[in-house]
Design a protein around this ligand. Sequence first.
Ligand code: OOB
Length: 562
Amino acid sequence: IDRRDCSKIRWKEVLDLTDPVLAGFTPWPADLAQRYRDQNCWTSETFGDVLTARAAAAPDRIAVLDDANSWTYAELDHRSSSLATGFARLGIVPGDRVLVQLPNRAEFVEVIFALFKLGALPVFCLPAHRKAELVPIAGAAAAEAMITCGTHQRFDYAALAAQVRDEVESLRHLLLVDCESLPQGARHLDEYRDTPAELAGPSAGDVAFLQLSGGSTGIPKLIARTHDDYLYSVRRSAEVCELDQDTVYLATLPVAHNFPMSSPGILGAIWAGGAVAMTPDPTPATAFPLIEWFGVTITGLVPPLARLWTERAEAGDTADLSSLRVLQVGGARCQDELARRIGPALGVTLQQVFGMAEGLVCYTRLDDPIDVVVSTQGRPMSEHDQLAVVDDNGVEVAPGGTGNLITQGPYTIRGYYNNPDADARSFTAQGWYRTGDIVSVRPDGNLVVAGRAGDWVNRGGEKVSAEELEAHLLEHPAVRDAVIVGTPDPVLGQRICAFVQPVDPAQRPTLISVRSFVRSRGVAAWKMPDTVVVVDEFPETGVGKTSRKDLRQALADGAHGK
Ligand code: OOB
């Protein structure tokens, strides 16, 4: 019996701890798990193993950079082992859940690797989350501890964490990075930098962390990912994105999100032995100088940010972005109009990324023809991903047809953590994940995302795809960005409301001009917007995607159109 097996026996059987992770975790069926091992997708390595191996191979290479820190691989490996030992002294045991809410800063990396090495599970919260999100998340995860920071961007995260702790019974420990006045009962992270001790550590089949599903309401949907499955997605992503030791990946989006975490993200950069750089603020004013300063080679953005960066570059921003080779755009549909402008404006290769925290990630490849890069959301990263496009009855549509995307594979979950109700809705009887996305697959294998199952306006039985109408509105000379949502109508069921951001606030597009423009493009009359609401900004989800939910709410609260 090797050390790993001993650790499992000690922890799970001899001490007879009931392991809630196993209780709420849906494993792959045994035959599929064996296949993924045989196919060398799952290699039995853990994230801690990878970091330690990279540190042994190249101890002095830079692993992590932010505006205050620059750590080599040897330093990162040591720092995370030291914290893992300190956390164990505090009483955190393998399998415990630990909420991590940190902005993009170097400490994020040492904290998650410390938890990985210990076998405790980080629960990845976004800096934008507040009490209304964190309390249910902590409750659903039965979290033992929370790690956050003091004041960041004028918000007091320590005070928020103390409020969450006071409402969640399981939450016993509050650890703070960089906090001047600690809330009562909280400790400073630096108190747990112990001399590294041998820890039993997890095995690769164990759950590594809990990720959050985007856009859930009610009980949060938690996504349990194992070392085996997530490391495979990280490795394949790093290969597809051609990362190597010279990569400098800039974490621009909130790093707790699956896209900057692993597609290929910070974990991909570490897998490749490259460097992770952090920016706490994604706007060009902060990010452009950092790209120049750190020599960033790749980063990832959501479409609204990609638009901002493109506009800034087109307007002649003077920062030197010549080190940046690849700009990834994903998280929401990048309109073709924007996709066409990104490469020329920023001097980069655009890569579209269509992925989900539940698993499947598709990429356009770096040598794809421009038509593929501009008009598609790429193809699965793994030959072992299985995809099907089905109608509302679950019957596969004809090749090339549009329908609901379902998927299974070596890094797509088989069920949410401890949430049978969500599983019944989101997984087929055979265990395939229903993505909720409406797609078509081109003959060349690339996917085109037509929208979310919910992002259709049903206007008296005529279905209008929000994405399709938005693409038309974006061609209007006075429209900078557009979002279509359905509003209740007593006669039609739904009416079409267009939220638009003007190019020039002094020239606000009117309903008449928008309708006649759309009509002039040869679009069916029933797709004409019924209402136009001009707004200066769109509300965002925590990761920068435009929040259709909040726009619908704004309408319900009386945002009036013209
Ligand atoms: C990523 O992950 P989540 O879990 O926040 O959101 C997943 C959903 C997808 O089901 C899809 O509806 C949408 O976000 N989405 C896209 C998209 N990328 C994601 N819709 C259209 N075009 C795209 N390129 O958002 C995520 C996870 C890993 C990598 C990239 C994104």
